[in-house]
Design a protein around this ligand. Structure first.
Ligand code: SAH
Length: 194
């Protein structure tokens, strides 16, 4: 597929993710933080995600600087990238919708925090992270470049590995047996599997 079309598809996805998040960001700001586990390590990991999923892709889209690392992908792979990005954005929206004012961009517990175990959270514990995994896979299929295509999987992969355990520990500290029971009933990313 024409790389210009792929770049536009990627930008549309990126814009969609920002638009989806705006109303939930407003809602969550009204819910005061009572336990903040945002460490310098967390800040570093968030920066890595920004670099891998926003900054490097934008350098690839708007400049020729990374073109030396381009590769070729079939039209089928590109098409799969578009479909994967669309599914990722649906899941991204759905998890924000179900999490509501409990959402935080980092590890935080809020004053009126409730444990969500319904909607998409009935199927898996980390649907938002599942959506970002799909988004970063879509990035690799839409931007055929060894740097800008793969930087999303690497950046988010590192954040995910470090964060998911810390997040579950924080939820256990806050919700105790209720979260433990929820953990027994659900998988992290793929229903019944993983
Ligand atoms: N890991 C979840 C949520 C990501 S947002 C997902 O991938 O869908 C991160 C914040 O969500 C955490 O700081 C925590 O406060 C909150 N959180 C995570 N799981 C939750 C749940 N089941 N119910 C309520 N809040 C939750």
């Amino acid at each position: 597929m024409d790389t210009q079309i792929l770049k536009i598809a990627f930008l549309i996805g990126l814009a969609a993710s920002t638009i989806i998040r705006i109303p939930y960001q407003r809602e969550t700001q009204q819910n005061t933080i009572i336990d903040n586990r945002k460490t310098p390590q967390e800040n570093g990991l968030l920066f890595l995600v920004f670099l891998g999923m926003v900054a490097l892709p934008l350098v690839y889209v708007f400049t020729p600087w990374l073109d030396i690392a381009n590769y070729h992908l079939s039209i089928w792979a590109n098409g799969l990238g578009v479909v994967t990005f669309a599914i990722a954005m649906w899941l991204f929206w759905r998890s924000h919708h179900d999490l509501g004012k409990n959402w935080s961009p980092t590890l935080q517990i809020r004053e009126a925090h409730t444990l969500i175990v319904s909607g998409i959270y009935q199927k898996i514990r980390h649907p938002m992270y599942a959506s970002v995994w799909l988004w970063s896979i879509a990035q690799a299929l839409l931007l055929p470049n060894w740097i800008a295509g793969l930087s999303g999987i690497i950046g988010f992969g590192i954040l995910y590995i470090v964060r998911v355990r810390n997040e579950e520990q924080m939820m256990l500290d806050q919700f105790g047996a209720q979260y433990q029971e929820y953990m027994h009933k659900t998988k992290r990313l793929i229903p019944y599997l993983f």
